[in-house]
Design a protein around this ligand. Structure first.
Ligand code: SF4
Length: 222
């Protein structure tokens, strides 16, 4: 289905639902992280995209701006997305926790679990056919919490495309490193870039399933 084929009712519905999820996130107190945040970071991007990037947690820049992946790691993510022929605004980007953990510590299980109320809603709303998990915590959420598959850690799980039933739909899932881990580590960067070639193959349809995805993303004008 192409964007232009969506009925106005469906389009309006999705926008309205997203506005309501965003509003709920910005005032949420479901976990301790609400106490230290400056701004909650619900996520952003194309609500009709078939590709979702799921990260870990907002950092300092994201907390200040209320937008995901806007610091150094975000700039690397944007470059990687562009390297496979997409624009940042073509995809949807969010994190497994929507508020910054104090001092950039790792998110706790109970925080990921509390925030899954929203993560589940966002995945169901955007309904991506491909989820790219960035780092261990996003992998844990998709594989172990939602997909019923044991998460063995990013270094063992990355570099492959999996098919999992996530929130009622079969979806392709590609786990890779969080861009922050690649900023000062050339070996990790090389593996991350390698994993993006898998994403590219999926998006450009070499596996058969992504056929028409670029057309979908660009309204028929790839
Ligand atoms: S991290 Fe999620 S669950 Fe916790 S306060 Fe923020 S929005 Fe609510």
């Amino acid at each position: 289905m192409k964007l232009r084929d969506l009925s106005w009712a469906e389009t309006l519905n999705r926008e309205v639902l997203w506005a309501s999820i965003r509003a709920e996130i910005t005032t949420c107190r479901r976990c301790e992280l609400h106490k230290s945040r400056t701004k909650a970071v619900p996520g952003e991007g194309n609500l009709y995209s078939k590709v979702m990037f799921l990260g870990e947690a907002p950092g300092r820049s994201e907390d200040e701006e209320g937008r995901p992946f806007v610091g150094a790691a975000g700039r690397l993510l944007t470059k990687l997305v562009e390297s496979i022929g997409l624009k940042r605004e073509d995809v949807f980007i969010t994190n497994v926790v929507k508020c910054r953990p104090p001092g950039n510590r790792e998110p706790r299980f109970e925080e990921i679990s509390a925030c899954s109320y929203f993560t589940d809603a966002i995945v169901s709303l955007v309904n991506p056919s491909l989820i790219v998990t960035l780092g261990n915590y996003a992998g844990y959420y998709v594989f172990e919490m939602k997909g019923g598959v044991r998460w063995l850690g990013i270094s063992r799980m990355r570099g492959r495309l999996y098919r999992l039933k996530v929130l009622g739909q079969e979806r392709a899932v590609i786990p890779t490193y969080h861009p922050a881990a690649a900023l000062y580590n050339p070996q990790t960067l090389a593996m991350l870039q390698n994993d993006f070639t898998l994403i590219k193959e999926y998006v450009h349809g070499s596996e058969g399933e992504g056929v028409g995805l670029l057309k979908f993303l660009h309204g028929g004008n790839p």
